[in-house]
Design a binder for this molecule. Structure first.
Ligand code: AMP
Length: 411
């Protein structure tokens, strides 16, 4: 498929896409949009950065505009469930821009902010509700939202929902949805639990899979910097003082660590802000807004808070700590090189993290280039031989397991 013109979308949507500068559908859009316009259920295996938001939003907006429905109070036609507040806001923002030529009523529903405005908006009846599970369940249990006029349900980032412990909330919400509806389930990975959920939730779904996880890293220039734990902050300052960095997203393993980095950078006259679960919603939104606008060059985030953050111009992702899970590495660096742009990912690796680096390289099936041109380069070869587990040496193996556990507790 060459362009959006060949898709059966109303002119208002096509005009909005043109204004956004979208010229041709991404692979998931090309595959999913025609199926969704036919009314099929969909199982989409895709991560953020592939254009999946538009893939599900455009047919939804199209249907709302084409088939008018008189909504009763407390009703919504479309429910989009997503794991984090940031993602919910982002999806609503996208929907508003794709529907800029139309009169859509939308609302985000999530915790951490007052429920009154949300209840009042739903009371009038809404075309689209974008929600995180906890707050939606609260409002549902209090009778503020009723789903008997629902015609489309989207479960976004299903694997992340499971990771975050939302499965029971989701099941309770699903139990209240009408049986007859169009359902879309998106997930970056397809563990057994999600397969099971998909088979109960979807009716003869079409399966659309784009870019296997590790291949999106191809566009990203990756490097690893060997550095001692003590020198990590100095190395970060050194990198951030480089003028060519427009916008850097720095990943910290812990919330406390993220705050500490902000403080230390401030002492070096580098302004940064942190986003993580302990920050208030307003605080997180302000930081994200400033980062998006380019006013704030450096954002420090934990994995959960950053999941799905869609900032188009992130030029650098810096892993201050390597993630415990190799898949998170791919998710993290996928914050750069969005929508066809290039980007750089720099990972700091101290002696203890060498084993994490190995499993990441195995997962992405490539070696990451070591950058030894910075002033804090540490020779970790002594560490490698010192920690190499001796075959059948149980004491060493269990020690390293213990150490790993301690590390993840601290996280
Ligand atoms: P998503 O995977 O939905 O988070 O989208 C990733 C990024 O790609 C967002 O910044 C979208 O605005 C952008 N995008 C989505 N579809 C297109 C398209 N067809 N052409 C150009 N950019 C797009």
């Amino acid at each position: 498929m060459q362009d959006f013109e060949s898709l059966d979308l109303i002119p208002e949507i096509k005009k909005a896409l043109k204004e956004k500068g979208y010229t041709k559908p991404t692979p998931i859009q090309a595959q999913a949009i025609p199926l969704l316009l036919e009314g099929r259920d969909l199982l989409g295996i895709a991560q953020t950065g592939t254009g999946k938001t538009a893939a599900f939003s455009l047919p939804i907006i199209n249907k709302i505009a084409r088939e008018k429905v008189k909504l009763r109070p407390r009703r919504t036609r479309v429910l989009i469930l997503t794991p984090t507040r940031e993602l919910a806001s982002q999806i609503e923002l996208n929907i508003k821009s794709y529907g800029a030529q139309l009169r859509l009523s939308t609302k985000v529903v999530f915790g951490g902010v007052g429920e009154r405005p949300q209840i009042q908006a739903i009371a009038k009846g809404l075309d689209i509700v974008v929600a995180t599970p906890g707050r939606l369940l609260d409002l549902m249990n209090q009778g503020h939202i009723v789903f008997d006029q629902l015609d489309t349900f989207v479960l976004d980032e299903a694997d992340r929902m499971l990771d975050m412990g939302f499965i029971n909330d989701i099941k309770k919400i699903i139990a209240k949805l009408p049986a007859k509806k169009q359902t879309l389930l998106f997930s970056a990975t397809m563990p057994k639990d999600i397969e099971r959920l998909a088979s109960t939730l979807l009716d003869r779904p079409k399966r659309v899979e784009v870019t296997p996880e590790s291949s999106t890293v191809d566009k990203i220039e990756q490097s690893v910097s060997f550095v001692t734990k003590e020198n990590k902050l100095k190395l970060l300052e050194f990198i951030l003082k480089d003028d060519s960095i427009n916008s850097a997203l720095v990943f910290s393993r812990t919330k406390h660590g993220a705050d500490k980095i902000v403080k230390k950078l401030a002492q070096a006259s580098i302004t940064a802000a942190a986003i993580h679960g302990n920050k208030s919603q307003n605080n997180r939104e302000r930081a994200l807004k400033n980062f998006r606008s380019g006013e704030l060059k450096v954002l420090i985030a934990t994995d959960i808070a950053a999941r799905g953050i869609d900032v188009e111009h992130v030029s650098h992702v810096i892993n201050f700590n390597l993630p415990e899970d190799a898949k998170s590495y791919v998710h993290r660096i996928g914050r750069t090189a969005r929508a066809g742009r290039g980007g750089k990912a720099i990972s700091f690796c101290d002696g203890i993290e060498l084993s994490l680096l190995k499993s990441i390289e195995k997962h992405i099936k490539q070696k990451i280039t070591v950058d030894d041109t910075h002033p804090y380069h540490a020779d970790l070869s002594t560490f490698v031989s010192a920690t190499k587990p001796v075959k059948n040496d149980k004491s060493k193996v269990s020690m390293s397991k213990k150490a790993r556990r301690r590390r993840s507790f601290r996280g």
